[in-house]
Design a protein around this ligand. Structure first.
Ligand code: PGA
Length: 249
Protein backbone atom coordinates (compact mmCIF):
# COMPACT_ATOMS: atom_id res chain seq x y z
CA UNK A 1 0.00 0.00 0.00
CA UNK A 2 1.53 3.32 -1.00
CA UNK A 3 0.17 6.30 0.82
CA UNK A 4 0.96 9.74 -0.58
CA UNK A 5 2.76 11.71 2.09
CA UNK A 6 1.01 14.78 3.48
CA UNK A 7 3.06 17.65 4.92
CA UNK A 8 0.98 20.31 6.68
CA UNK A 9 2.02 23.51 8.41
CA UNK A 10 0.10 24.62 11.49
CA UNK A 11 0.89 28.30 11.87
CA UNK A 12 -0.91 28.55 15.23
CA UNK A 13 -1.30 32.15 16.48
CA UNK A 14 1.65 33.41 14.45
CA UNK A 15 2.35 35.73 11.50
CA UNK A 16 0.58 38.92 10.55
CA UNK A 17 -1.17 39.68 7.28
CA UNK A 18 2.00 40.61 5.34
CA UNK A 19 4.03 37.69 6.67
CA UNK A 20 1.19 35.24 6.10
CA UNK A 21 0.87 36.25 2.45
CA UNK A 22 4.62 36.18 1.87
CA UNK A 23 4.97 32.77 3.51
CA UNK A 24 2.05 31.32 1.55
CA UNK A 25 3.46 32.72 -1.68
CA UNK A 26 6.93 31.27 -1.06
CA UNK A 27 5.47 27.87 -0.20
CA UNK A 28 3.22 27.87 -3.28
CA UNK A 29 6.21 28.76 -5.49
CA UNK A 30 8.38 26.04 -4.00
CA UNK A 31 5.70 23.33 -3.96
CA UNK A 32 6.75 20.12 -5.65
CA UNK A 33 4.78 17.14 -6.88
CA UNK A 34 4.40 13.74 -5.31
CA UNK A 35 3.55 15.05 -1.85
CA UNK A 36 0.34 16.66 -0.55
CA UNK A 37 1.14 20.05 0.97
CA UNK A 38 -1.13 22.08 3.25
CA UNK A 39 -0.99 25.24 5.33
CA UNK A 40 -3.26 26.26 8.19
CA UNK A 41 -3.01 30.01 8.84
CA UNK A 42 -4.96 31.88 11.53
CA UNK A 43 -8.69 32.23 10.67
CA UNK A 44 -8.47 35.93 9.82
CA UNK A 45 -5.93 35.33 7.05
CA UNK A 46 -7.63 32.31 5.44
CA UNK A 47 -9.40 34.26 2.75
CA UNK A 48 -6.38 36.26 1.62
CA UNK A 49 -4.06 33.26 1.81
CA UNK A 50 -6.54 31.38 -0.35
CA UNK A 51 -6.11 33.99 -3.08
CA UNK A 52 -2.34 33.53 -2.99
CA UNK A 53 -2.41 29.73 -3.25
CA UNK A 54 -5.33 29.48 -5.69
CA UNK A 55 -4.34 27.55 -8.85
CA UNK A 56 -1.53 25.85 -6.92
CA UNK A 57 -1.66 22.38 -5.35
CA UNK A 58 -1.24 23.79 -1.81
CA UNK A 59 -4.25 22.90 0.35
CA UNK A 60 -5.77 25.46 2.69
CA UNK A 61 -6.42 24.28 6.24
CA UNK A 62 -8.08 25.58 9.39
CA UNK A 63 -6.72 25.12 12.90
CA UNK A 64 -10.13 24.77 14.57
CA UNK A 65 -13.88 24.83 13.92
CA UNK A 66 -17.17 24.71 15.82
CA UNK A 67 -19.56 21.82 15.23
CA UNK A 68 -22.87 23.72 15.04
CA UNK A 69 -24.13 24.91 11.64
CA UNK A 70 -24.90 28.52 12.62
CA UNK A 71 -26.48 30.54 15.39
CA UNK A 72 -25.70 32.29 18.64
CA UNK A 73 -22.16 31.00 19.20
CA UNK A 74 -20.15 34.17 19.69
CA UNK A 75 -16.61 33.92 18.39
CA UNK A 76 -17.04 30.58 16.65
CA UNK A 77 -16.60 29.54 13.00
CA UNK A 78 -18.63 26.82 11.24
CA UNK A 79 -17.63 24.17 8.71
CA UNK A 80 -19.68 25.93 6.02
CA UNK A 81 -17.85 29.21 6.66
CA UNK A 82 -14.53 27.41 6.28
CA UNK A 83 -15.69 25.80 3.03
CA UNK A 84 -16.84 29.21 1.82
CA UNK A 85 -13.27 30.53 2.01
CA UNK A 86 -11.74 27.48 0.34
CA UNK A 87 -10.63 25.40 3.32
CA UNK A 88 -9.91 21.76 2.46
CA UNK A 89 -8.72 20.29 5.77
CA UNK A 90 -9.35 21.03 9.44
CA UNK A 91 -7.42 20.08 12.57
CA UNK A 92 -9.27 18.63 15.55
CA UNK A 93 -7.93 17.46 18.91
CA UNK A 94 -4.70 19.44 18.70
CA UNK A 95 -2.87 19.18 22.01
CA UNK A 96 -3.17 22.93 22.57
CA UNK A 97 -6.95 22.70 22.14
CA UNK A 98 -7.00 19.74 24.53
CA UNK A 99 -4.57 20.96 27.17
CA UNK A 100 -4.46 24.77 26.94
CA UNK A 101 -8.15 25.31 26.18
CA UNK A 102 -9.45 22.23 27.98
CA UNK A 103 -11.52 20.83 25.12
CA UNK A 104 -13.22 17.61 26.17
CA UNK A 105 -13.19 14.38 24.21
CA UNK A 106 -16.90 14.91 23.60
CA UNK A 107 -16.43 18.37 22.08
CA UNK A 108 -13.49 17.19 19.98
CA UNK A 109 -15.53 14.26 18.73
CA UNK A 110 -18.40 16.55 17.69
CA UNK A 111 -16.01 18.86 15.86
CA UNK A 112 -14.34 15.93 14.08
CA UNK A 113 -17.64 14.51 12.86
CA UNK A 114 -18.84 17.93 11.71
CA UNK A 115 -15.66 18.34 9.62
CA UNK A 116 -16.07 14.90 8.07
CA UNK A 117 -19.80 15.29 7.47
CA UNK A 118 -19.09 18.60 5.74
CA UNK A 119 -16.97 16.79 3.14
CA UNK A 120 -13.61 18.15 4.29
CA UNK A 121 -10.41 16.30 5.17
CA UNK A 122 -10.24 15.67 8.90
CA UNK A 123 -6.79 15.86 10.51
CA UNK A 124 -7.39 14.40 13.95
CA UNK A 125 -4.52 14.97 16.38
CA UNK A 126 -3.72 12.52 19.14
CA UNK A 127 -0.77 12.05 21.50
CA UNK A 128 0.30 11.37 25.05
CA UNK A 129 1.70 13.70 27.69
CA UNK A 130 5.12 12.95 29.17
CA UNK A 131 3.68 11.62 32.43
CA UNK A 132 1.40 9.31 30.45
CA UNK A 133 4.37 7.97 28.49
CA UNK A 134 6.41 7.56 31.67
CA UNK A 135 3.54 5.65 33.28
CA UNK A 136 3.46 3.27 30.29
CA UNK A 137 0.09 4.56 29.09
CA UNK A 138 0.98 5.84 25.62
CA UNK A 139 -0.99 3.19 23.71
CA UNK A 140 -3.99 3.51 26.02
CA UNK A 141 -4.09 7.31 25.58
CA UNK A 142 -3.82 7.29 21.79
CA UNK A 143 -6.36 4.48 21.57
CA UNK A 144 -8.84 6.53 23.62
CA UNK A 145 -8.31 9.59 21.43
CA UNK A 146 -8.79 7.47 18.31
CA UNK A 147 -12.11 6.32 19.76
CA UNK A 148 -13.33 9.92 19.59
CA UNK A 149 -13.94 8.94 15.95
CA UNK A 150 -16.78 6.61 14.99
CA UNK A 151 -17.56 4.42 12.00
CA UNK A 152 -19.53 7.29 10.52
CA UNK A 153 -16.11 8.19 9.16
CA UNK A 154 -15.77 5.82 6.23
CA UNK A 155 -13.64 7.41 3.55
CA UNK A 156 -9.98 6.81 4.41
CA UNK A 157 -8.94 9.52 1.93
CA UNK A 158 -10.63 12.12 4.12
CA UNK A 159 -9.12 11.02 7.42
CA UNK A 160 -5.60 11.83 8.53
CA UNK A 161 -4.35 11.03 12.02
CA UNK A 162 -1.60 13.29 13.38
CA UNK A 163 0.37 11.55 16.11
CA UNK A 164 1.88 14.33 18.17
CA UNK A 165 3.43 13.38 21.49
CA UNK A 166 2.69 16.38 23.70
CA UNK A 167 6.23 16.37 25.15
CA UNK A 168 7.62 16.87 21.64
CA UNK A 169 5.45 19.81 20.59
CA UNK A 170 7.36 23.08 20.53
CA UNK A 171 10.04 21.65 22.83
CA UNK A 172 12.76 20.91 20.29
CA UNK A 173 12.69 17.33 21.60
CA UNK A 174 11.28 15.12 18.84
CA UNK A 175 10.34 11.47 19.17
CA UNK A 176 13.09 9.21 17.86
CA UNK A 177 12.46 7.39 14.58
CA UNK A 178 11.81 4.19 16.52
CA UNK A 179 9.48 5.82 19.07
CA UNK A 180 7.42 7.37 16.30
CA UNK A 181 7.26 4.17 14.24
CA UNK A 182 6.24 2.14 17.31
CA UNK A 183 3.24 4.35 18.06
CA UNK A 184 2.28 4.81 14.39
CA UNK A 185 2.21 1.03 13.92
CA UNK A 186 0.10 0.71 17.06
CA UNK A 187 -2.34 3.35 15.78
CA UNK A 188 -2.67 1.56 12.44
CA UNK A 189 -3.36 -1.71 14.23
CA UNK A 190 -5.96 -0.03 16.45
CA UNK A 191 -7.65 1.45 13.37
CA UNK A 192 -7.73 -1.99 11.74
CA UNK A 193 -9.70 -3.23 14.76
CA UNK A 194 -11.96 -0.18 14.96
CA UNK A 195 -12.68 -0.09 11.20
CA UNK A 196 -10.93 -2.77 9.12
CA UNK A 197 -7.49 -3.49 7.71
CA UNK A 198 -8.06 -1.93 4.28
CA UNK A 199 -9.27 1.27 5.89
CA UNK A 200 -6.32 1.34 8.31
CA UNK A 201 -3.84 0.71 5.50
CA UNK A 202 -5.20 3.64 3.50
CA UNK A 203 -5.32 6.29 6.26
CA UNK A 204 -2.33 8.57 6.48
CA UNK A 205 -0.69 8.99 9.88
CA UNK A 206 1.38 12.17 10.22
CA UNK A 207 4.03 12.68 12.86
CA UNK A 208 4.16 16.03 14.65
CA UNK A 209 6.32 17.44 17.41
CA UNK A 210 9.54 19.35 16.71
CA UNK A 211 9.69 18.01 13.17
CA UNK A 212 12.40 19.95 11.36
CA UNK A 213 14.70 19.64 8.33
CA UNK A 214 17.36 17.80 10.37
CA UNK A 215 15.13 15.02 11.71
CA UNK A 216 12.60 14.84 8.85
CA UNK A 217 14.49 12.36 6.60
CA UNK A 218 14.71 9.75 9.38
CA UNK A 219 11.17 10.17 10.70
CA UNK A 220 9.55 10.33 7.27
CA UNK A 221 11.36 7.18 6.17
CA UNK A 222 9.54 5.08 8.79
CA UNK A 223 7.06 2.70 7.16
CA UNK A 224 4.02 3.99 9.07
CA UNK A 225 4.93 7.69 9.04
CA UNK A 226 2.98 9.23 6.17
CA UNK A 227 3.88 12.87 6.54
CA UNK A 228 4.10 15.54 9.17
CA UNK A 229 2.20 18.24 10.99
CA UNK A 230 4.64 21.05 11.58
CA UNK A 231 4.47 24.05 13.87
CA UNK A 232 7.66 26.06 14.39
CA UNK A 233 9.48 24.89 11.26
CA UNK A 234 6.42 25.73 9.13
CA UNK A 235 6.88 29.45 9.77
CA UNK A 236 9.87 29.69 7.43
CA UNK A 237 9.32 28.69 3.81
CA UNK A 238 12.85 27.32 3.55
CA UNK A 239 12.55 24.89 6.46
CA UNK A 240 9.01 23.88 5.56
CA UNK A 241 9.98 23.18 1.95
CA UNK A 242 13.02 21.26 3.03
CA UNK A 243 10.71 18.94 5.03
CA UNK A 244 8.52 18.66 1.93
CA UNK A 245 11.55 17.51 -0.09
CA UNK A 246 12.45 15.00 2.61
CA UNK A 247 8.93 13.59 2.16
CA UNK A 248 9.59 13.15 -1.55
CA UNK A 249 12.18 10.56 -0.50
P1 PGA B 1 6.03 22.00 16.55
O1 PGA B 1 4.42 21.91 16.60
O2 PGA B 1 6.45 21.53 15.19
O3 PGA B 1 6.35 23.45 16.80
O4 PGA B 1 6.53 21.10 17.63
C1 PGA B 1 3.74 20.84 16.01
C2 PGA B 1 2.25 21.02 16.18
O5 PGA B 1 1.81 21.47 17.25
O6 PGA B 1 1.44 20.71 15.26
Amino acid sequence: MTRKKFIAGNWKMNTNRAIALELANAIAKGAVGGVDIGIAPPFVYLDSVRAVIAETPVLLGAQDVYFEKSGAFTGEISVDMLKDVGVKFVLTGHSERRHVFGESAELISKKAHAVYAGGLILVHCIGEKLEERDAGNTFKVVQGQLEELTNQIQDPARLVIAYEPVWAIGTGRNATDAQAQEVHAYIRGAMAKQWNKDFADAVRIQYGGSLKPENAPGLLAQPDVDGGLIGGAALKAESFLSIVSAAQG
